[in-house]
Design a protein around this ligand. Sequence first.
Ligand code: AMP
Length: 464
Amino acid sequence: MNPKQPALKKTKEVEVVDEEEGKKSKSGPELLRGFRDILPEEQGRWSFVRDTVRSLAQAYTFDRIDLPILERSDLFQRTIGKGTDIIEKEMYVFTDPSNRSVALRPEATASAARAYIEHGMLDRPQPVKLWYLGPMFRHDRPQAGRFRQFYQAGFEVFGGEEPIIDAQLILIGKKIFETLGIDVQVQINSIGTPECRQAYLTELVSYFRQFRNKLPDDDKRRLQKNPLRILDSKEEVTLGLLEGAPQILDWLDEKSKEHFMKTLEFLDEVEVPYVLNPYLVRGLDYYTHTVFEFLSAQDEGDKAQTALGGGGRYDGLVGLLGGRPTPACGFALGIDRIARALADKNINPPPFPQPQVFFAQLGDAARRVGLRLYEEFRVAGVPVAEAAGKNALKSQLEVANKLGVKLTLILGQKEVLDGTIIIRDMESGAQETIDSKKIVSIVQRKLGGDAGVVAATHSPVADS
Ligand code: AMP
């Protein structure tokens, strides 16, 4: 510490009232509700999910796109639609210092469509296939598996109206889950075109009007503002009434029916099992034709099956944003929930190869030499653990034991003077003193194929 720098004063703890929780909390650093840290011990699962998504995206020739977290709020208001929970109450909207209304993105499909238009991607060979990964924000009521900042990986295909695109996107999602070892159930429905949906909605509203008095308040509101949403109500009363309600599939026009049938045929062709769910509508306004979700197969049959991802076709979105009308289809996976599903199955792969070598250094001279040797190991691609903050050999060896390394290198004052280093086999306890210039190659030989060489699997692009 700089001696001139005054010692930090212990700040007086001020009690503040958290408006949301209505209870007193301390003024110390604290997470916002619905936000969380993803700790080092969870990173193995997260890397596994991200790496799997990345490698499948590459295998299916999707191009990566990184989209901003902050966008003009009207991008979402125009596309996601009034009467949706996201727009009504979940979006983080604020005025920026330039007096513009901006929003933390609640999802990224609208941003991808904006980027498609803004960068003239219509002039590239179609379809344009993009994928992304990053945080989304929704001021939702926090509960298990529901966060206010959560991560999605998304796949979007612009400029193709063929049902094979819908089917291949579902297949890609399914393959990602298969690679991760998570069983999912694919649920699918078609909500047709805005025109046939309108006729269906008239019918649906008149059906539910008869039972208006029985409906819970939330569903009464949906009936008025966004009647399609009544189909994914979780309320017991509404679920009962839904059994007699008109079904959207009966209202599809010929073209929509054909699109849906072909999508299903392609899925049969690639042997992706699916469940037809006539109540699946996926709240957002911009969907057309196919809508689908990936649900955890573990809680199959539960009323509130965990959705691990979802998507659909959105042929009207690019046109709605002022671009030349362009058919499109996509889906997003919820990384937080997928990582949770892996944890439930006790799957936690190490985020990168664990070090097999520990470096113990005694005294300042050894530290100086150690720093240089450490670099040599890094260049050779051999990860080395150390506990540079500890002085005693005993405490350093304790750390080495805890880490379960194979070899420990010991560098003391004497070895520095002799130009040597001690190498200790942790299992047998055998030690030998060797020329420090040869240490990297000797360690590599002793570890054989187990050197834990750091593979360059991580994309240079920031993932979060
Ligand atoms: P959506 O398009 O809203 O259905 O989101 C796609 C996927 O993102 C969902 O199936 C969830 O797995 C995940 N997701 C959505 N909202 C949240 C949230 N608040 N917290 C965690 N994951 C979420």
